[in-house]
Design a protein around this ligand. Sequence first.
Ligand SMILES: [Cu+2]
Length: 305
Amino acid sequence: MLRGGKLRRVDPDLSNYYVAVFRQREYPITGTILLATAVAASFAASGCHSKIAGKSDAPFRIIATDAGFDAPDTVPAGLRHIVFENRGSEIHEGMLVKLPQGMSVGEYVSAVRSGSLFPAGALDYSGAGLTSPGESVEVWVKLDPGQYILICWNAGHARSTPPRPVTVEYTISDDLPPKENVIVKLMDFRFEVAGPLRRGLQVIRIENTGPSMHEMDIFRLHEGKSLADVRRWRKDDGRGPAPADAMGGILDSHDLKRVVWMRKNFAAGRYILHCEVPLVTNAQATKQEITHADLGMVREIEIDE
Ligand SMILES: [Cu+2]
């Protein structure tokens, strides 16, 4: 169906999109205390039980294998520090999708299996992007209360491997994001990188300036391989020998105002930033072949010795 590697879906029901945007405007991510207070107040007003918890210290650990995910059943709402590890033999990602009220995990899965690229009402909430076997990546992502699934969109895994349900509780606690070394802005259709990415442990703060949804996967080129090799390989669903290692990635969020962080240990070398979100973002499975990477949303960067 989709040749662009990750099977993608975007919400056909625009009303959900506007709800997400409206919610974001009400509770800007920059005002953590305001946000917590406002969310708590809104839950109190709607009759839900809520409480403000202290700072959470245990990260939200997600382990991917070729058979699925190992992850906690429940996590608190708020800014979560996610540690994602791939113990499988193939490239995996751990993306979070929030299910709409009344949709079960089984219904989401059968919608995906029957060709719906975006089961109506479900919202992408980012997570950890494409990660090679043996690699791990840390990301900081804000989660709202609700029923989520963890899913991998690489190479048809969304249809072959069961997603993992995760409940995000009404308890709110925010993990503190680390101070960034580099800021990357995702825009139509390019990456703007502020500051040099260096070797060693680096924190990248990622913002989407839109107007489209975007994501950023980072690939480390193998010796003698080029950006064009990565493009071809991703376009062919990641078949054949990989010209690069997948170092993790982030975003793919319906709420364009979400700021996220990624922390990763980088060696010196050549890297590719790559956005695989499709140009056509509706429910039509047959029209998702052209991705942002095809429109030039790829960039090579070098990390010096
Ligand atoms: Cu993009």
